[in-house]
Design a binder for this molecule. Structure first.
Ligand code: DMJ
Length: 553
C-alpha cells in the first residue's frame, strides 16, 4: 500500500492507499502531523544551515527522491527547554533514610552492571552463577541487550563511569548488520526503547542514529494484508513469521499492540512518518474490529484482521497493549483521543467481566477463556495497578476516586502474593480457587525471575498517593532481593519463592536493570525525577518524552 515518497503531497500521508477508507486516511494524516511534515524547509532556514544529519531511508516502497528534500533535523535543545522539570530532579529536602535506601538501590545497580561487564559484556544477559554470558533466541543476532536496557538507569542513577562504559560499547560494538530470527516486540521495547530514552536523556547522537537504523529493519514485519505485523522478523533478509505456537499464524495482542510509543518517537526524530503510520494502522484495525463483550482477545490474524481465539488476559499476551493505550494518549499530550477512548472502554469491560473479589476480600483480575473465567493472576498482570493509577487522574472527577481505589486494591493483592511467600518475593502466577488466595498452586508457577511489575505499581501508587506503605513494601522487596537473589557475581532469579533456601536459575535478566532497579530507585526519589508531567515509561521502563510540542528544527 505504500505510495512513492515524491513528490511530497502537502497534507496527504504518503503511505495511505488511495483506496483506504476515509477514517484510515484521517488517522494517517493525524499520525503524519504528529511526526511532522516531510522536510521541505525554505532555503536559508536554520534547518538548512545546521542540517546535515543522515535522514532515515524508507524501508518499503519506492526509493525516496532525496534530491528534493532538505535534511530533517530534530531540535534537541528546544526539546530540553520544553521539559517542565529537571530530568534528574532537584534533590532537595529529603530525609536521610530515603536517601540511604536510594543509595542502596544504586549500589545494587552498580553490582549488577559490574558483574555483567566483567563476565558477559556484549552478550545479552549475565549468567551470575556460571559467570558467563547468555545470548538466547529473542533478539536474532543482536547482542548487548543488557547494555542497551541499562543505559538510562545508569544515567538516572548518576553512575557516570558505568554509563560511559555502556555508551562506548554501543559506539564501538553494537552491530546491527546481523541475521537471525528476532522478536519484533522484544527488539522494540528493549533496544529501540532503550536507545530512544538514552538519546532523549543525553542528546548523544549515537543513540538516535542506532535507534533509527534499527527501526528501519523492523518495517518489513508490517508487510501483511492488514498492516498488523508478524511477531518475528529477520533484521537482514527482511522476512517475517508468526510464532509456531500461535494458532493459525496469528499475531499477539501484547506484541503488535506495544509499538506505538517507540514508533511515534522514531517518526519524531527522523521526520519520516512511516513509523507513526505503521503503529496507527494497528491501533485503527483494533479499534474497528468487533470485540466480544468489549474485550480484546490475545490472538489476531494479520491476514484477515479477525480474532483467532477468545482468550483474554491482562497478564502475558495481552498486558502492555492496554498500557500503551493510556500512555499513547498521555504521550500525545492528551491529543490521541481515540487511544483514550479505547483505554476507557477496555477498562470498563475488564472491570465488568474480569475483575473479581476473593472470599478473603482481595481484588484480582481473572483471565477469560471464551466466556469462562480462570481465577488466576500472573505476575505480569501486576503492572495493572500502576496503569490504572496512572489513568485515574484523567478519568474525570466522578470516576477518579473509583480508579484510585481499584488500583490500590490490585496493588495490595500483588503485595499479598509477595507477603504470603517464604522469600517475600512473588510467584510467576497466583490463584484464587479451591480455598487458595494469592498463592501459586502449581509447581511450575512458583518461580521469580526478577520481574518488575509489582514494584512498578508501587512506584505509580507512591507518586499518586504518597502513602508511605508503598515505600515500605518496596523496601521489603529490596531486602528479599538481597537475601535470596544476590549471589557472588550478580543477581539471579529463583525457582521457588516458597522456600527460604531457593535454587537459582542462573540468569540476570536485562529487565532487572532496565525496570526493577529503576522503579525501586524512583520509588525513593522525589517526584520531579523523571516527572510524569514530562515522561511516559515504555513497557521496559525506558522514559520517552511527552510530546509537548513539535521539535522539528
Ligand atoms: C519486560 O520485558 C517488560 O516489562 C514486558 O512488558 C513484560 N515482560 C518483561 C518483564 O517482566
Amino acid at each position: 500500500t505504500d505510495l512513492p515518497r515524491s513528490p511530497p503531497a502537502a497534507a496527504e500521508p504518503r503511505h495511505a492507499s488511495p483506496a483506504a477508507p476515509r477514517r484510515l486516511r484521517e488517522k494517517l494524516r493525524t499520525a503524519a502531523r504528529m511526526a511532522g511534515p516531510p522536510a521541505h524547509t525554505a532555503p536559508g532556514s536554520r534547518q538548512q544551515v545546521q542540517g546535515g544529519e543522515r535522514r532515515a531511508e524508507p524501508a518499503t516502497g519506492a526509493p525516496a527522491a532525496r534530491e528534493t528534500r532538505a535534511p530533517f533535523r530534530f531540535d534537541y535543545e528546544r526539546f530540553r527547554r520544553s521539559l517542565r522539570h529537571p530530568v534528574r530532579g532537584r534533590r532537595t529536602g529529603e530525609d536521610p533514610e530515603t536517601r540511604a535506601r536510594r543509595m542502596k538501590i544504586k549500589e545494587m545497580m552498580k553490582f549488577a552492571w559490574d558483574n555483567y561487564k566483567q563476565y558477559a559484556l556484549g552478550k545479552n544477559e549475565l549468567r551470575p552463577l556460571s559467570k558467563n554470558g547468555h545470548i538466547g533466541n529473542m533478539f536474532g543476532g543482536l547482542r548487548g541487550a543488557t547494555v542497551v536496557d541499562a543505559l538510562d538507569t545508569l544515567y538516572i542513577m548518576e553512575l557516570e563511569e558505568e554509563f560511559q562504559e555502556a555508551k562506548k560499547w554501543v559506539e564501538k560494538n553494537f552491530d546491527l548488520n546481523v541475521n537471525g530470527e528476532a522478536s519484533l516486540f522484544e527488539v522494540n521495547i528493549r533496544y529501540i526503547g532503550g536507545l530512544l530514552a538514552a538519546y532523549y536523556l543525553t542528546g548523544e547522537e549515537v543513540f538516535k542514529s542506532k535507534a533509527l537504523e534499527l527501526g528501519e529493519k523492523l518495517l518489513p514485519a508490517f508487510n501483511t494484508p492488514t498492516g498488523i505485523p508478524r511477531s518475528l522478523f529477520s533484521p537482514c533478509s527482511g522476512m517475517s513469521w508468526s510464532w509456531g505456537w500461535a494458532s493459525a499464524g496469528s499475531s499477539i495482542l501484547a506484541e503488535f499492540g506495544t509499538l506505538h510509543l517507540e514508533f511515534l518517537h522514531l517518526s519524531e526524530l527522523s521526520g519520516n512518518p512511516v513509523f507513526a503510520e505503521k503503529a496507527s494502522t494497528s491501533q485503527l484495525v483494533l479499534n474497528r474490529v468487533e470485540k466480544p463483550q468489549g474485550l480484546y482477545p490475545n490472538f489476531l490474524s494479520p491476514v484477515t484482521g479477525n480474532w483467532v481465539q477468545h482468550h483474554v488476559s491482562i497478564g502475558g499476551l495481552g498486558d502492555s497493549f492496554y498500557e500503551y493505550l493510556i500512555k499513547s494518549w498521555l504521550m500525545s499530550d492528551k491529543k490521541d483521543s481515540e487511544a483514550k477512548k479505547m483505554y476507557d472502554d477496555a477498562l470498563e469491560a475488564i472491570e465488568k467481566h474480569l475483575v473479581r473479589k476473593s472470599a478473603g476480600g482481595l481484588t484480582y483480575i481473572a483471565e477469560w477463556r471464551g466466556g469462562v473465567l480462570d481465577h488466576k493472576m500472573g505476575h505480569l498482570a501486576c503492572f495493572s495497578g500502576g496503569m490504572i493509577a496512572l489513568g485515574a487522574e484523567h478519568a474525570g472527577e466522578e470516576r477518579k476516586q473509583h480508579y484510585v481505589d481499584l488500583a490500590a486494591e490490585i496493588t495490595n493483592t500483588c503485595h499479598e502474593s509477595y507477603a504470603r511467600s517464604d522469600t517475600k518475593l512473588g510467584p510467576e502466577a497466583f490463584r484464587f480457587d479451591a480455598g487458595t488466595e494469592a498463592m501459586a498452586t502449581r509447581l511450575s508457577e512458583r518461580y521469580y525471575i526478577l520481574r518488575p511489575e509489582v514494584v512498578e505499581s508501587y512506584m505509580y501508587m507512591w507518586r499518586l498517593t504518597h502513602d508511605p506503605k508503598y515505600r515500605q513494601w518496596g523496601w521489603e522487596v529490596v531486602k528479599a532481593l538481597e537475601k535470596h537473589c544476590r549471589v557472588e557475581a550478580g543477581f539471579s532469579g529463583i525457582r521457588d519463592v516458597y522456600t527460604t533456601t531457593p535454587t537459582h536459575d542462573n540468569m540476570q535478566q536485562s529487565f532487572f536493570l532496565a525496570e526493577t532497579l529503576k522503579y525501586l530507585y524512583l520509588l525513593f526519589c522525589e517526584d520531579d525525577v523523571l516527572s510524569l508531567d514530562d515522561w511516559v515509561f515504555n513497557t521496559e521502563a525506558h522514559p520517552l518524552p511527552v510530546n509537548h510540542t513539535n521539535f522539528k528544527a
